[in-house]
Design a protein around this ligand. Structure first.
Ligand code: GDP
Length: 433
């Protein structure tokens, strides 16, 4: 199969120190004619950086040329890179020159798509790479990295191999059915299937953590008016986001801010204080506050000791915070005493938040991150369950279920993923990756 030469600017467009124009395809090395080597080599060695002049469309820049020889390149094809100065016009002009010499402008994610098609990485690794590139938190960089380094696909492949072994054992039963009428003895096979279910279950459970890492942990700050919720939000954020006033009922809508704890984003939402005698606008705020509270992962129940904390049916983990401890000696039941004024107790509160957020595993990246992977594993688990429930059924039916499980798992690595799935994944990439 002939791979045409695709070209793109691989660095972010804008002014910067350096920009890279990349060309990949069977004829990538031909584009060396755009380069005047400072010292002409007898032969271009792969993986070496050569200094010289790069020809752009109507100008020259001084920079570097690198050749990656197939299959030892990102895409698995012959690839060349021009490292030029990081001006938008410079990189664009060099790309235009390459296009005028016959290269085709690469589509979104086309380099990575070729890498996938050439077996350089699995589909889940490509997704991990996209997560890493788009990550807005350190935890997401780590989690994306774990996928990119094939941690999940290795686990999935192991499970697939175990399934293959079981399928082979089932095939024996089909080819040489037991002589006696009581039917085949599948007990050993069922035991092995149960063991695989046991490997999949914790992965499925870990998605709750992965989801929080992708979307952030939502923390609702609740409590009666004037207990110091807005002040606490500001203190945790380190800047003034919410209005602080001694007049009750000033926070009429949810005010949000983000902090990063343990590399994970926590979305803090200051809810409007809940009280009975509220005006019309404040009432709207109270309704929203209730909604935020009910869906929050963590609820900070702020109290100054004088008022009860109404949490309106919240299901998240609760942390009771005694506020204004610089003014009042804390009393009654509470988890942590804080002063937004002096900063006392804030460090302890951050530690509590991290614990209550359910993201302790964020550091090792050992959890499911993508809904697509979760769904595929769930389907595999369902097929295995169905296999075990077919007790007394034929080896043929067993084989169907086991094959279904194998195919569902293959969607994660890409082996059995449809063209459509593959296309949607690479559309998420930027041009040049
Ligand atoms: P909210 O209505 O629950 O959001 O409460 P605010 O944050 O608006 O604070 C209500 C009042 O309590 C304001 O006058 C604040 O200055 C005061 N306040 C809040 N936190 C503290 C604190 O840690 N120490 C002291 N001494 N006063 C505080």
């Amino acid at each position: 199969m002939f791979n045409d030469n695709i070209a793109a600017i691989s660095t972010a467009v804008g002014t910067g120190g350096v920009a890279i124009v990349r060309i990949s395809g069977d004829g990538a090395l031909d584009f060396k004619k755009m380069f005047r080597f400072s010292a002409e080599p007898e032969e271009i060695a792969p993986n070496y950086m050569y200094a010289g002049k790069i020809e752009g469309d109507g100008f020259y820049d001084y920079g570097f040329f690198v050749y990656f020889k197939a299959p030892k390149s990102f895409t698995g094809e012959d690839t060349v890179e021009f490292h030029c100065h990081g001006g938008a016009k410079i990189a664009r002009g060099i790309l235009n020159k390459a296009l005028s010499l016959g290269a085709r402008a690469a589509e979104r994610g086309e380099f990575t798509r070729r890498a996938f098609l050439n077996g350089k990485l699995t589909l889940s690794a490509a997704e991990g790479l996209a997560e890493m590139i788009n990550a807005e938190s350190l935890a997401l960089v780590r989690a994306g990295g774990s996928l990119y380094f094939e941690k999940l696909s290795q686990k999935v492949r192991n499970i697939q191999n175990e399934l293959k072994d079981i399928l082979a054992a089932v095939a024996v039963e089909i080819d040489y059915p037991e002589e006696d009428e009581s039917g085949a003895d599948f007990s050993e096979i069922f035991r092995k299937i149960a063991a695989i279910e046991g490997e999949i279950a914790p992965l499925l459970q870990s998605y709750a953590c992965g989801k929080k890492i992708r979307e952030g942990v939502t923390v609702a700050i609740c409590g009666a008016p004037n207990v110091g919720k807005s002040s606490l939000l500001n203190a945790l954020l380190g800047y003034d986001k919410a209005i602080v006033s001694s007049e009750a009922g000033t926070t009429r809508d949810a005010v949000e801010g983000q902090i990063e704890l343990g590399g994970v984003i926590f979305n803090l939402v200051d809810t409007a204080g809940i009280r009975e005698r509220a005006g019309a606008i404040e009432k709207i705020g109270i309704e929203r506050a209730k909604q935020v509270m009910q869906s929050a992962d963590v609820v900070l129940c702020v109290t100054d000791g004088k008022q009860e904390v109404a949490t309106g049916g919240a299901t998240g983990k609760k942390i009771t915070v005694f506020s204004k401890c610089d003014e009042v000696k804390p009393f009654g039941k509470y988890d942590v005493a804080v002063s937004s004024k002096t900063g006392e107790g804030l460090e302890k509160l951050r530690a509590y938040l991290l614990g209550a957020g359910g993201v302790e595993n964020a550091a090792n990246g050992a959890y499911l991150l993508e809904e697509r992977h979760f769904n595929a594993l769930k389907r595999a688990a369902e097929a295995l369950k169905s296999a075990c429930e077919n007790e007394g059924a034929t080896a043929d039916l067993l084989r169907v279920d086991l094959n279904d499980a194998w195919t569902a798992l293959g969607e994660i690595t890409g082996e059995t993923a449809s063209e459509e799935i593959v296309a949607t994944i690479f559309e998420k990439f930027c041009v040049g990756k």
